[in-house]
Structures are given as C-alpha cells and as structure tokens.
Design a protein around this ligand. Sequence first.
Ligand code: MTE
Ligand code: HPA
Ligand code: MOS
Length: 759
Amino acid sequence: MKNIDSYTHLRGESIYLDDVPVLNGTLFASVFDSPVAHGKLVSVDITEAMTVPGVIRIFTAKDIPGENQIGGIVPDEELLASTHVHFCGMPIALVIATSDEIAKAAVKKVKAVIEPLPVITDPREAKEKGELIIPPRTFKSGDTAMAWSQCEYIVEGNTETNGQEHLYIETQGAYAQPQENGAIRVYSSTQGPTAVQRTAARVLGMSMNFIEVDTTRLGGGFGGKEDQATTWGVLCALASFHLKKPVKYSLHRMEDMRMTGKRHPYSSDFKIGLTKELKILAYEATFYQNAGAAADLSPAVMERTLFHCNNSYFIPNVTATAYSCRTHLPPNTAFRGFGGPQGMFVVEAAIAKAAELLKIPASAIQEKNLLKTGDEFPYGQKAESEANECWNKTDELYNIEKMQSDVELFNAGNKLFKKGIALMPICFGISFTKTLMNQARSLVHVYTDGSVGISTGAVEMGQGVNTKMLQVAARVFSIDPSRIKVNTTNTHRIANTSPTAASAAADLNGKATEIACREILKRLRQVAEDEKILIADIGKTEIPPFEIKDEWIYVNGKKTEWTWTKLVMAAYIKRVSLSELAHYTPPGIHFDPGKEKGHPFAYHVYGTAITTVTIDCIRGIYEVDSVKAVHDFGSSMNTMIDMGQCEGGIVQGIGWMTMEEIVYDKEGKLRSNALSTYKVPDIYSVPKEITIHPLETQKDNLAIFRSKAVGEPPLMYGIGAYFALRNAVKAFNPSAVIPYDAPMTPEKVLMSLYQPPNA
Ligand code: MTE
Ligand code: HPA
Ligand code: MOS
C-alpha cells in the first residue's frame, strides 16, 4: 500500500511544527549562543538588546526555576551556560520578542564577556589530557595476544572518519503553550517526546504529568532529534512558564548547524592478522570518539561502535577498546547507524589495507570471513546469519568477478577516466543496546462506526512508521485501511516512550499495536459467541471457527450476515470495551555491561552491496555509477517504503563517505556552517543506478510480521563508495599512499591522483 502521507505531502498539507496554527499573542524566541568554544563566562549584558522595540524578556541561567541540566545519560550539560561555556554555539541567553525577526535582531545586541580557556578539538589530545566522558570500554573475545604468532600476515594502521550534519529539511524547533493550572503543552519536532517532557519537568521543577508533549511529524530527524530536540522544547517551555504566553522557536538553518551536534568523528587504530588462507584470526581496534563538550548520547553511540567493530565477519580473537573523548565541539549525537558505521569503517579499512599489501581484491578476504549461523560475536550473541546468503545472492545476480574484470578492462583501455569497485557487506543489530529501552505501548480505540484510532510512541519522520502501524491494524482486523487513523505522538496518550530510534520503532510499536488489536478482536469474538453467530467450535479443523475477512464475519469458513461494523456496535451495546492499551517488550534480550557479554539484539539485518565509481583523472571529480545490493528485508510489510529507506540510506551513507565535510577550526568554530560551505548529495550526485534485490526470509524472529527493521542498515552500504574511490585512484596512481581518511572528497581524490612517488 501507498505511504499514507503521500497525498498530504504532495499537496503541502502535512502538518510540521511550523504548520501548527499559531495562537493569538504568541511570542518568538531566539538564542544568544557562545561565540567562544571554551571560557569563563564573566558577564552577560542584555541592556542594549532589551531596548529593541518588541523585545519582551531575556532569560539567562538565573531564570531557571528547577535544575539547569539537560544531560540524559550523564548530567553534564547545562541548558543555559551559568559560569562557563564549553562549545561555540552553547546557549547563553534566550531572547523573547513579538516576532521572529525582532528576536533574531535582538540576539545580535546581547554582549557577553568571556575569558577564553584552552580549546581541544582533537579526541586523541582530549584522551591524553584525561578528558573522558565515561571510563573506556573493551569488548574482548578469544585472545589476540596469543593469536598474532599464528598469523601469516599482520597489518596495522589508523583511520579517520569525519562527522556528518543531519540536515533534516525541517530545522529544530518547538512551540509551547500555557494550559490550565500551570500546565504546559509543547509541540516539539522531536524523535523523543518523553525526553522533552522529562527534561522540561526537571528544568521547570514541575512534575511530568503537567507537561504534555505533542509531535505531529518531523521533516526528518536522522538521529539529530533523538536527544537534541530537547533544548528547544525546554527553552520554549521555560519562557512560556514565566510569561504565561505561547512561545515558539523555529531555528534558522545557520543557528541549527552552529548550535547542534552531529555524527561523531572518530580517530581509530587497527591491527589485523590473517592466516595464509586469508582467514582473519585476530583483530584489535582502538576508537577515539569525538564526543564534543557533553555526554549527550555518546556513551551509547560508543557502545554500538564496539558492537559493530567486526561488521559482518567472524573473527575468533578480538580486542576492541573505545574512548569517549570530551572536546570543545557541540555535543555530538545520534546519527543513522549510531556509531555502527564508524566501527565498520575501521574493519573495512583493515581488510582493504591487508588486500593492498597482498595485491588481491579486498573481496577475497571479505568473502572468506563472512559470519555463519552459530558464529559468536565478540559480545557473546550467536549469529543467525544471512551474511553468506546475501553475498552469494549478490554474486549470483550480478557476477562479482565479471564486474571486477569489467572494471579492470575499462581501466586498461582508459587513461583519463578510471573506475573502482568495492563490496560492502553489512550486519546491523536491531534493538536499543540499552535493554530497558526496548519497550513500547499502543492505544487502540475502535469507534462505534467501526473506525479505528491508533496512538503509539512512534514518531513519523518520513520513514513511514505511521503507514506500518496502520497496516498492522488493518491486517489484524481485516478492515479497509481508510477506516484507520494514526494519531500524533502525545505523552498524554502514550507515556514513558523510548525515542523513535535504533530502527526499532516499527517493531516495538507495531508489536504493541498488534497485541492491542488482537485483544479487542478476542472480545469481539466473545460477542459473536454471545450473539449466537458463532456456534460451538466444530473441533479440529483447518478452518478457523471465527474470522473477519474484508470486514465480513466468517464462521467456520462461511460468510455470515454480520459485518465488522455491526459486530462492533453489538459489542458497544453489550458494554464491552472497544479500547485497549497494550504493552510490548521483546523477550530474550539482555546484556551485562560488566562482562560485556549477552544477547543484546532481537536479531541482525544483513546485506551486501557492490559499488562502482568512475573518476575523472584530470579534475578529481567522480560519479557513482551504480550500487547493486541484496538486502535482507525478512518479509517486507511495505516494499515501497522499505525500498525508499534503502535508497535514502545509501545516498546518505555515500554523502558521509565522499562529499560531506565538516570543518571546525582550531578555535572550535564551525567553518562549514551553511549550505554553501557544506555539500550534501543532490540529484546530480546520487548514483546513476541503485538496484536493491530483496532477500526475502521467513525466519520467525522478533520483527513485526517478520518484516525486518530497515531504517539504519542501508546507510552502511555507502562505505563501499569510499573504498571504490580509493581503488579507482590506485588504478591511476598505483604508488599513491592514501590515508584512510573519510570523506574522500574530490579534493582528496585529486591530491592522491597526482601524489608523487615516495611522497
Ligand atoms: N527516514 C527518513 N525519511 N527520515 C528520517 O529522519 N531516520 C532514520 C531512519 N530513516 C529517518 C529515516 C533513523 S536514524 C532511524 S533510527 C529510523 O529511521 C527510525 O525509524 P524506524 O525505527 O521506524 O525505522
Ligand atoms: N540506537 C539508537 N538510539 C539509541 C540507542 C541505540 O542503540 N540507545 C539509545 N538511543
Ligand atoms: Mo536513529 S540514529 O537511531 O535516530
């Protein structure tokens, strides 16, 4: 079925934060943020800003009635700076005015005296100075120290992956409205309505039940609104609390880019050991995560880096250590893949470096080491693996060797254009790595006219989760989808939600919706019995005694005179509840952070992609010719949506790996602070071809209707583009020594093409 939002999206009728009708008397907010990355905040002068006509109030840390604290995992982040600033862009004062323009103009007149302190932007330097967000963690299996002596080949190196700007089309924002008895409603463009609610309560010194957070939909989140939407929601709530007026803040793109964190840059070391037969025996990795100035979600992101350090490969001896390093950049945060891509890049670099040394294609090593069913991950869980299946299907469909030899043939015949090819297998664990977060609730109402309303904790951000929720109810009730409405995500209807993240929203909220619908169905069946439509069970038979098919009630396989609506009305007349609030939590998952062992994931998603690129060896520019993948969908609930997730993820991954270049200067100031200085893939730079072949598997895993989660995994196919580009450069300049430093921008390509020998 079509995405239920396609009609209103196309007509511009979908309601994002900025489309929520504005109440009379609404005031507008803008933030004065630190121009300095690290320093002592001596004083803030608001006198001149207050004289701007239309300015109502300017709030600082002193105006916070509760706790000046927004840190979720670690309480280390102030909402408004009190005594020190820790990054350029850190909010210091909140200007409230009668219009958005006035607020933004007045911000320019706020003055702060800040005594500068030393700035750290490099994670390794932070680690040297003992600036860690949390103690380091190590995942270990086998014994690498023992294994090196059995290795024929040992390769060492280091890698860099840069950050990534989320660039959701809708910037961050919120709109707070005062309610009766001091309560506050906050419309928030957030992936985590409960995080906004909890933090607002903490900052205002109120209880959570007095704060209602409502999220209609997001114009993209990509992880950037999992934790970092909170600031804006809470700031609006703070102003609304004091002024008893509605307050709205919708960030300008440059405010958003400057003040919010991004994907974590990582600097990493690796050592890999292989046998003569190319089996990877041992792997060591050390990750230096650039966390930025506060913890935010960094500890969880760092953990997922460790979970995915071996990507799709079985390696018997692994030692992986990660450091979350405190620097003076805006706190970095969740971004599609959540640290997984950063971990996977390093093992791919290690394999590529070994392959370059052995003068073989990396695929020869990759293929030999793919996870098989029963293989143990370094964290103790065993693979139920589709890794080989995906790889083999890729080979069967696209003929890997033929594609490789075609590239060689092209390169032999062309001097000024070179092609490169790379394979990228993926393996991504589905579940929040923090076990307790894997819970969800769904509230289903059936109305007396037979229509259905669903509320869950899931936030629609373009990934199609609302369509999937609707499909679940339509399937369980066997009614027309047009009868079903999925409502906004609201903390008054669904409490204590986990953010819509970890690709798990459809699974968790879908399962809760399924349970709620089945419970109501059970009651309807009882009504059918009471109404004597359903006579006694006719015993053991394949035919279900009671069934709804396309809105008709069937008994013992025979169509009755009863419709869905008639039965619903009968239930109502009999005073049977037509509503259900269901709770779901996936069974069997657990993790012991002390031992770093357990079974943290409900299941894994696998896939393999082949990426081919062509570089222009005069100019250093390039095109991605094609990405051909076999992707493990389980049994997709919605092919159109899932294909869209694959295509979007791939392009976003390629952007991260090739052209998106975040630049902070040594003073911690963002240089790539607008769309003119930060390049994301546009229609001209997407691959000329993306082909996704669905690997349909029927395993009875914990996915909703066996349809595996799809939101994040495809992003990691993009890593293939980086290695394909390297291979193309090498075809032109075999002696080039190219550091494993992503993104591979046209500038870096050009420099490597003409790197003199022995440089
Ligand atoms: N797709 C769109 N169009 N917009 C988004 O913001 N976010 C991604 C992914 N796909 C995103 C998206 C991220 S980071 C996650 S975790 C998942 O969607 C979350 O949704 P799901 O759990 O329903 O897959
Ligand atoms: N993935 C995404 N978001 C999260 C996770 C995770 O594992 N844990 C906490 N937030
Ligand atoms: Mo996605 S990074 O888990 O919001």
